[in-house]
Design a protein around this ligand. Structure first.
Ligand SMILES: Cc1cc2nc3c(=O)[nH]c(=O)nc-3n(C[C@H](O)[C@H](O)[C@H](O)COP(=O)(O)OP(=O)(O)OC[C@H]3O[C@@H](n4cnc5c(N)ncnc54)[C@H](O)[C@@H]3O)c2cc1C
Length: 412
């Protein structure tokens, strides 16, 4: 039995299978997953799940009956160890082999490990999977002094959850501001203040250079600044690495992810990739990017599923991301790298504002705190290449949605 084989059963893998089926791809579809649980949501792992506000069961994206109804075979707990392009087969760690006519690589990304001298003591955690989250939640219950290495999204979300649980939390961030590559300095400053108000000690411009253990358990961390901090739990959130080794070993082009075109096609015929493991050219970033976001994984995988069913719709979504910390919903749309002008709309004091980023007068990105309406409008504006003037964006009484009327009329 051949047909479509998909490696990885998370947002990208599942979406590629569903989109292929919806586009009336009628051959067998098999999704191979090395994790044992049914496909689940990852974003709550650093948020509600740590706070016990949602259960493992509630994380499940789709159940067995759903996959059966779509004639999608889910092979859980099976790891692909090789792609044999000549034989058109994938080899599994348990010795099995699967034939494929078409293959999707949706292997995602993994947490970057910290490189420190000596072995990592017990109590140094990473957060990527539900198994990691179950372990971290149990450890959080016992710990009091928590050091988080990395002031990126995962680090800050875990900091927020741990602070809500009443823990003493310190965040160590090497850069001079939080989320430096993702948001404006205004939002970085705002989040720094929010964490400080919650009692989190954020140390910018510092790095962890060593970890100290006591009988094999974490006892503290040494910082580049010479400070030694006590810690009974360390959470490392220093970014993700694409799981592109299978593709690269099969001779597919990889450069910070598996290189794909707008339909998720790799250079090899009938082999596609989507989600965190893929790198694509984005007109919004004016360059090659690898995104780690749910919307990206799903939108790109949809283009892949359609291409597999010979219904080609290029992937051209504006990059989007969200993060929840305390009662703040941070949303980002577009790509702000190299923006040369920023204006603020709304009220920073009332924790409801957006920062509009421009490059040479063109709107390229918007970061918002608790302003979903701005995000919805900005997404459509950026996609259509329509820019409010900076003056219009800064004026809350100006209805930026009114600029979309031209597109709405054209569609009608
Ligand atoms: C804690 C956390 C919080 C997050 N919060 C947000 C958020 O708030 N907003 C947002 O947009 N995004 C968030 N993300 C990012 C988002 O979850 C990812 O972008 C998304 O999961 C990517 O989906 P994917 O299908 O590409 O890859 P993944 O979700 O990484 O899934 C890939 C799957 O493939 C499996 N796999 C890998 N290799 C093999 C193999 N050889 N054989 C079989 N299976 C294999 C992996 O085990 C995994 O199950 C968060 C991520 C984490 C970890």
């Amino acid at each position: 039995m051949s047909g479509l084989v998909i490696i990885g059963a998370s947002y990208a893998g599942v979406q590629a299978a569903l989109s292929a089926r919806e586009a009336v791809y009628d051959e067998p579809v098999t999704v191979v997953a090395d994790e044992h649980s049914l496909p689940y949501q990852r974003p709550p792992l650093s948020k509600d799940f740590l706070l016990d506000e949602t259960s493992e069961h509630n994380l499940i994206l789709r159940d067995d009956a759903f996959f059966a109804s779509k004639r999608i075979d889910l092979l859980l707990g099976r790891r692909v160890i090789e792609i044999d392009r000549t034989a058109r087969q994938v080899a599994l760690a348990d010795g099995g082999r699967l034939d494929f006519d078409k293959l999707v690589i949706a292997t995602g990304s993994r947490a970057r490990r910290i490189s420190i001298p000596g072995a990592e003591p017990d109590g140094v955690c990473y957060l990527r999977s539900v198994a990691d989250a179950i372990d971290l939640k149990a450890r959080l219950g016992q710990a009091n002094e928590i050091v988080i290495v990395g002031g990126g999204f995962i680090g800050l979300e875990v900091a927020s959850s741990a602070a809500k649980l009443g823990k003493n939390v310190t965040v160590i961030e090497a850069a001079s501001r939080l989320l430096e590559r993702a948001v404006s300095p205004i939002v970085s400053r705002f989040l720094l203040d929010a964490h400080a108000q919650a009692g989190v000690d954020v140390r910018l411009g510092d790095i962890v250079i060593a970890m100290t253990g006591d009988a094999g358990r974490i006892a503290g961390v040494d910082l580049g600044s010479g400070v030694r901090l006590r810690a009974d739990l360390v959470v490392v959130g220093i970014g993700g690495i694409a799981n592109d080794e299978l593709a690269s070993a099969a001779g597919l082009k990889c450069s910070n992810g598996i290189v794909v075109d707008q339909h998720g096609r790799t250079g090899a015929s009938d082999i596609y990739a989507a989600g965190d493991c893929a790198s694509h050219y984005s007109r919004f970033a004016e360059g090659w990017i690898r995104l780690e976001s749910v919307q990206h994984a799903q939108d790109q995988a949809r283009a892949v599923g359609l291409a597999i069913a010979d219904k080609h719709e290029p992937y051209d979504s504006v990059p989007r991301f969200w993060s929840d910390q305390y009662d703040l919903k941070l949303q980002i749309v577009g790509h702000s790298g190299r923006s040369d002008q920023m204006v603020t709309r709304g009220s920073i004091e009332e924790s409801s504002y957006s920062v509009f980023h421009y490059r040479q007068g063109r709107l390229v990105a918007v970061d918002s705190i608790n302003r979903p309406g701005d995000q919805m409008a900005a997404r459509r504006l950026i996609a259509a290449g329509i820019s409010p003037t900076p003056g219009q964006a800064a004026d809350s009484s100006f209805d930026i949605k009114s600029l979309l009327k031209a597109i709405d009329k054209a569609v009608a």
